[in-house]
Design a protein around this ligand. Structure first.
Ligand code: TZP
Ligand code: MG
Length: 207
């Protein structure tokens, strides 16, 4: 079982819950995105995933579908993002065989050890800070711990997530992480376009 590779630096990685957000962000040049829909009925989920994948292909961007790996395969998404529990029920070889990338969530050394044998396309490390967006079973790991993970994982692409604001982004990028995933820093921003531009600039300066 082998998942296709992704670039080490996936750049700014917004995680959003609607096709509208996908479209807005594609239009301002965002190239890595995740569609994470919670609490919608299955017809809505299917249609949103279908549309989001079609749109993202027009922009030559990378879309990861959270949880819904069957639909991601059916509509040929760029990749799938799965949490620890999702990994137990998903058909990983079907995902690999369909040529989709696999991103996985981890929250500790133990979880990283558990996913490494799967050879995922990237490993998400979180939460870096306290987040208001998702209820987390694990405490924030902090910058020092994230830097330690990144160093250990060497060339494996990494994504930092959880409580990353514009003010904190430079510190997070200092860890050497390949990408920063954000929800509220964009979707709750008073000026989301300005927020995206500032994140993009920080990331460009880091390279
Ligand atoms: N997984 C770990 S933290 C998180 C997810 C989906 C939420 C991140 O949201 P925010 O608003 O960027 O803290
Ligand atoms: Mg999940």
């Amino acid at each position: 079982m082998r998942f296709p590779e992704v670039p080490f630096a996936l750049g700014l990685y917004p995680v959003v819950d609607s096709v509208q957000w996908i479209e807005r962000l594609l239009n301002v040049g965002v190239k890595t995105l995740q569609l994470r829909i919670k609490n919608a009925n299955s017809d809505v989920i299917r249609e949103d995933i279908r549309q989001a994948i079609a749109l993202t292909k027009q922009f030559d961007a990378r879309l990861f579908i959270n949880d819904e790996w069957r639909l991601a395969i059916e509509y040929q998404a760029y990749g799938v993002h799965l949490g620890q529990e999702d990994l137990l029920e998903a058909d990983l070889s079907a995902i690999a065989q369909a040529g989709l990338r696999l991103g996985v969530s981890t929250h500790s050394d133990e979880e990283i050890e558990r996913v490494l044998p799967l050879n995922p396309s990237y490993i998400a490390l979180g939460p870096v800070y306290t987040t208001q967006t998702k209820e987390m079973a694990m405490p924030p790991q902090g910058i020092t711990k994230v830097a330690e993970h990144v160093a250990k994982l060497k060339t494996i692409p990494t994504v930092a997530i959880g409580g990353i604001s514009l003010e904190r982004a430079a510190d997070v990028l200092q860890t050497g992480v390949g990408s920063i995933a954000v929800v509220s820093a964009i979707t709750q921003a008073t000026d989301w376009r300005a927020a995206v531009a500032s994140f993009q600039q920080l990331i460009a300066e880091q390279r």
